[in-house]
Design a protein around this ligand. Structure first.
Ligand SMILES: [Zn+2]
Length: 320
């Protein structure tokens, strides 16, 4: 897991004199986390807002307050250093060219030119730097590439949570809402948070599972499915459907972009039965050049995400 390979050449931005670039990585979900990253590693403590259990604090915050608060966290994370070469901010939603085009979990941000707003606010705090904003699942993919020493590889990651995130590394321009990939042609499959029919998230997302099983929590569904004595056919059938959905979406990505490494993360990886998933994948991917894929479960940790935001921002700054 922690094998460290040499970094591909040209990865860190040289600041002249052989000094390592200092980047601030930020992630924004139920809370804001920020940290100073140097040479693909955390170089200071993680800042966290709010530092209590108030999970609803962000969703009620207007955009200007949110921007102000993110800047404060960035300034704290910079710890008095003024030569910050870039700031990377990962947040849930469709992000293109520094603009939040869609963000179901932080609806107040829809349409916000977040990169510009942060750049201006940070300058007021004396930090003149470029701000790169990205989708949080892509940030996670960058973080895994960096922490596993695989910055030269294609990395794809499914985040199995309230919704389903799909991230990829390295950066390419475009939109890939993989969690909304079509995995069913059944008209009754309409539990996706986006309202679309037949979507992966409509089967696998935590919110969608609760809508489907109004009388059972997802934990209870999988518990019954995994207990041969329960005799609950409905739960076992759903467990199979859930794994088929993950296999189908992964197989689609394999057929679009080739084989390679897929990571699974997010709080619902606890439901993943890897042998069952591999069995379905094997039935769905038959072309021999596409069979060198692998699937691995990884812990969803804050540190990897913060490092990922920073590494993605560093690479964006290098692209200019
Ligand atoms: Zn959807």
């Amino acid at each position: 897991m922690n094998e460290q390979h040499g970094r591909p050449s040209g990865s860190p931005i040289g600041l002249g004199g052989g000094k390592m670039a200092k980047i601030i990585g930020v992630t924004l979900s139920e809370r804001v986390l920020a940290g100073l990253v140097v040479d693909n590693k955390l170089a200071g403590p993680l800042q966290c807002f709010p530092d209590n259990d108030d999970d609803g604090a962000m969703i009620e915050m207007p955009t200007d307050e949110l921007v102000k608060m993110i800047c404060e966290q960035v300034v704290c994370a910079a710890r008095g250093t003024s030569d910050i070469s870039a700031v990377g901010v990962a947040l849930p939603g469709v992000i293109r060219n520094g603009v939040v085009e869609e963000s179901p979990n932080l609806p107040q941000l829809k349409g916000a030119r977040i990169s510009e707003l942060l750049t201006i606010k940070l300058a007021e705090h004396g930090l003149s730097t470029t701000v790169n904003v990205m989708n949080d699942a892509d940030g996670m993919a960058s973080g895994l590439a960096a922490t596993l020493g695989k910055l030269d590889r294609l990395i794809r990651v499914w985040t199995l949570g309230i919704g389903i995130g799909y991230g990829r590394y390295p950066f390419i321009d475009g939109v890939w809402e993989g969690g909304h990939g079509i995995v069913s042609l059944d008209d009754k499959e309409r539990f996706c948070g986006c309202g679309g029919q037949g979507h992966m998230e409509g089967i696998m997302g935590h919110r969608a599972m609760r809508l489907r099983f109004l009388d059972m929590e997802p934990e209870e569904v999988f518990e019954a499915a995994n207990d041969p004595s329960s005799g609950d056919k409905r739960c076992l059938e759903f467990k199979k459907l859930w794994h088929k959905a993950l296999a189908a979406a992964t197989a689609t990505e394999i057929h679009q972009e080739g084989a390679g490494k897929f990571f699974l993360t997010g709080f619902n990886v606890r439901f993943v039965d890897l042998p069952m998933l591999r069995d379905y994948l094997q039935k769905m991917v038959k072309m021999s050049p596409l069979q060198s894929y692998s699937v691995e479960i990884v812990k969803d940790d804050a540190e990897t995400r913060v490092i990922g935001s920073a590494v993605a921002a560093e690479q964006a700054a290098a692209r200019g």
